[in-house]
Design a protein around this ligand. Structure first.
Ligand code: 26V
Length: 806
């Protein structure tokens, strides 16, 4: 394994102590765990910096094309273990710290979890950054350095309470401030045209964006790329005239306004925010990134027209879509290109990835707001729209209603700028994140665009980095796999298929089972310490961890849990398989039903866990503050992975891949990447239930009567009426009346429609669980066959098909 020349045990140990003394100002006797953490990171950084410089010099010397991943979210989590493991120095550092009586595992645990993202979209961006470095692709991630990332979730009496998470409280030794990489970002004002047609935007307000870089180390330290997050500063930090006149708040107003741009991550991941500050954030980071990209391109290549040969920019959803107008503006107003040429270059440069079909998540901005904040961009959007609509008319492929559907301006009612249409029009590639999702993009939201540009939509099924999600989070399983099939899977996850031959090897299966058991004991221990709950590691750990959303159907799982609870109490004599139902996830603070679902999980947990008549056969746990670091503990300990979204609604899912890679069986619908997981692991190694996406669409179109379904099923009827009548909420019996009542009348998410099928599937899971060797064989076949869902494979596809690198 590659190690660093200077990183001998002695060298590292000396460098850690050196960092402790000279950078932190403490000696080994006085150092607290936080000091050891910082010192270890500083010592490691020295190696990383050297590789970082080599990486960027090599790209420069080769005149390489660079990839830019623009994302308002990077859910990176902790970085120390990732860096140690990718550099191959974990054991050396462990030994070095042990000399001072410091336990590496303990200091890893106190590193803050960088949660600059909401969920799947942000975590995907983080996996992609690691895979880009691993594949030796020169790439930059661009985003915002939020002072407060995702909120911390506390559960008070079963209710979610949101608290600010100050992840930078102890400083952040990973970052490098680049005050010299600074750009002015304008807002508002007016557009002036002079007589020779030159156009000038005179913003009313400006802020300064400055770069903060974090190194991203690829596997085996092959390459180090940059995650560049923007900070905001006022042009004039203080107005002394105002201050001296006694207006202290007014004197600092500009500072406050600049800082507000990088203050908070919007904590909703499915409802377009719609506030002015959100659009300001989107423009701020897009404009800084595009300026930085053009500066680098001109510095290295000197010719703006070669931009698409040297630069590929990927838009992570529509959040950075205003970049399309910003690049057009710079090409025309600063570089003097004509509109058609600027448009050709822009389209060749951008790719756009869509991550959701939920209509409420599609961003659009009131036109007056957009025009007031970005008057020049509004003009450019009109000009782009004119070109696109002319092309559409000339093609004769679209009728008038289709033409108004692809317009960048929504004219129905209050006029709005449609960001998905801007992104689609401005990109040469538009991709979905799983096969079904891409198909549905063609049939639904982008149907008319697809008719006009049939080559543009393509699929790139998501993936996850096997370094974080296998090697680092599950070292026991990793060692066992190495013993069985050697190390090649560590460089190419698809080599895991060699493990399939061991599925029927009883002795091997038992060892896989023993590792799972050890991971479950570790999780049970963690939850005992942090929540005071006792779990039996012999029980099946049945896990649903993800953002709380009605389409993800935590409610379906909870209703089935209540039905099971009922059954166990009525038929204690039956051969029940002991289960622990584990839930975790955050609800958007303004999402009423999602918060109520969290309360319901907690209400059910309290009642079930204290009922002696279930005799330990069923336990329900809601783990507070689910985040990347908790996922790393929970996933390796899971037996069953709940992926039960309403078919057609989960674009891909990536948790589904992480669980399978760690040997959990999936119970799931034919949705998102579940379909492709089933194709790879085989029908016998996954439990599929429920309506298909087509059947859901058909039921919605033709109407379906959930009341009839509920009344036709004794089990379902009893479970929902128990919840609705307050059996789990005696302190407020009406608490769930509306939540459950909604099922009878609308049931948009097909909870009632899928209940019976889900409940049968759960009993089939019990059957499988009752035969440990069969279960273990299936678990091994899951691990063996999901190597394809490595983000290395996904990134290689983007690189070849979209970016033209590799
Ligand atoms: C939308 C908005 C609207 C404005 C407020 C802030 C905000 C933040 C995020 C989003 C879109 C979130 C979309 C998303 O996370 N999609 C998930 O993407 C995963 C990676 O492709 C995929 O696995 C999940 O299925 C999909 O739900």
């Amino acid at each position: 394994m590659a190690t660093i020349e200077s990183a001998t045990e002695k060298g590292l140990q000396a460098r850690i102590v050196d960092a402790l003394v000279h950078r932190i100002g403490k000696d080994a006797q006085a150092a607290l765990p936080h000091d050891w953490l910082a010192a270890t990171i500083y010592a490691l950084r020295d190696d990383i910096i050297e590789r970082w410089m080599i990486s960027s010099k090599a790209a420069h010397a080769a005149g390489a094309k660079r990839v830019y991943y623009l994302s308002l979210e990077f859910l990176i989590g902790r970085l120390l273990r990732d860096a140690l493991s990718n550099l191959g120095v974990s054991e050396e550092v462990r030994a070095a710290l042990a000399e001072h009586g410091v336990d590496l595992d303990e200091i890893e645990e106190i590193e803050p979890d960088a949660a600059l993202g909401n969920g799947g979209l942000g975590r995907l961006a983080a996996c992609f950054m690691e895979s880009l470095a691993t594949l030796d692709i020169p790439a930059y991630g661009y985003g915002i350095r939020y002072v407060n990332g995702m909120f911390r979730q506390r559960i008070d009496d079963g209710w979610q309470v949101e608290l600010p998470e100050n992840w930078l409280a102890h400083g952040n030794p990973w970052e490098f401030e680049r005050r010299e990489s600074a750009y002015r970002i304008g807002f508002g004002g007016e557009v002036i045209g002079d007589i020779d047609g030159r156009i000038e935007w005179r913003p009313a307000e400006q802020v300064i964006a400055t770069a903060v870089d974090t190194p991203i180390v690829g596997w085996r330290g092959k390459r180090v790329n940059t995650l560049r997050l923007w900070n905001a500063f006022p042009v004039d930090p203080i107005r002394l005239d105002a201050f001296n006149a006694g207006d202290h708040a007014g004197a600092l107003a500009e500072q406050v306004r600049a800082e507000s741009l990088v203050r908070v991550l919007y904590p909703a991941d499915s409802t377009a925010a719609g506030q002015e500050l959100r659009l300001r954030q989107e423009y701020f980071f897009s404009a800084a990134s595009i300026q930085d990209i053009l500066r680098r391109h001109m510095q290295y290549h000197g010719d703006i027209r070669t931009l698409p040969d040297k630069v590929a920019i990927q838009l992570n959803d529509t959040h950075p879509a205003v970049s399309v107008a910003e690049l057009m503006r710079l090409l025309m107003d600063d570089h003097g290109l004509e509109l058609p040429d600027a448009w050709t270059i822009t389209r060749k440069t951008f790719g756009y990835t869509n991550h959701t079909l939920l209509p409420e998540a599609l961003e659009s901005w009131p036109l007056p707001l957009f025009e007031r904040m970005l008057p020049r961009h509004m003009q450019i959007i009109y000009a782009i729209n004119a070109m696109v609509l002319r092309e559409a008319r000339l093609s004769k492929k679209l009728d008038e209603s289709a033409i108004s559907a692809i317009s960048l301006i929504d004219e129905g009612g209050e006029r709005r700028v449609r960001m998905a249409n801007l992104a689609f029009a401005g990109a040469h590639s538009v991709n979905g994140v799983a096969a079904l999702h891409t198909e549905l993009m063609k049939q639904t939201v982008f149907a008319d665009f697809h008719r006009l540009y049939p080559e543009r939509i393509n699929n790139k099924t998501n993936g996850v980095t096997p370094r974080r999600w296998l090697l680092e989070c599950n070292p026991g399983l990793t060692d066992l796999i190495r013993e069985a099939i050697g190390d090649r899977f560590m460089d190419d996850a698809e080599e895991l298929v060699d493990l399939a031959a061991f599925a029927t090897d009883g002795a091997f299966a038992e060892r896989v089972g023993a590792i799972k058991r050890a991971n479950k004991e570790a999780l049970a221990n963690h939850l005992r310490v942090h929540m005071g709950i006792r779990l039996d590691p012999a029980a099946m750990f049945d896990v649903q961890i993800k953002r709380i959303h009605e389409y993800k159907r935590q409610l379906l799982n909870l209703i089935e849990t209540v039905a099971l609870y009922d059954q166990i109490r009525s038929h204690p004599e039956r051969d029940w398989m002991p289960r622990v139902k584990i839930f975790g996830g955050k609800a958007a603070p303004s999402y009423h039903n999602a918060k109520l679902i969290i309360k319901l999980a907690n209400d059910i947990a309290r009642r079930v866990n204290s009922d002696p008549s279930v005799g330990g056969l069923l336990k329900v746990v809601f783990v507070p503050n689910y985040n990347v670091s908790l996922a790393e503990k929970i996933i390796p300990a899971a037996d069953l992975s709940e992926q039960i979204s309403t078919a057609g609604m989960e674009a891909s899912g990536t948790g589904n891949m992480k669980f399978a890679l760690n040997g959990a069986l999936t119970i799931g619908t034919l949705d998102g990447a579940n379909i492709e997981i089933k194709d790879r692991v085989g029908d016998d190694n996954i439990v599929i239930f429920g309506l298909t996406a087509d059947e859901v669409a058909e039921k919605r179109a033709n109407g379906y009567n959930p009341r009839e379904v509920i009344e036709g099923s004794r089990e379902l009827q009893q479970a929902v009426s128990a919840i609705a009548s307050g059996v789990f909420s005696p302190d407020d019996p009406g608490r769930y009346a509306d939540l459950i009542g909604g099922l009878y009348d609308h049931d948009w998410f097909m909870v009632a429609a899928d209940f019976e099928s889900y409940s049968h599937a759960q009993r089939a899971v019990d059957q499988r669980w009752s035969d440990p060797s069969q279960w273990q064989a299936s678990a091994i076949r899951n691990i063996a066959n999901v190597g394809w869902f490595s983000s290395d494979r996904t990134i290689a596809e983007y690189a070849k098909d979209i970016w033209g690198v590799l």
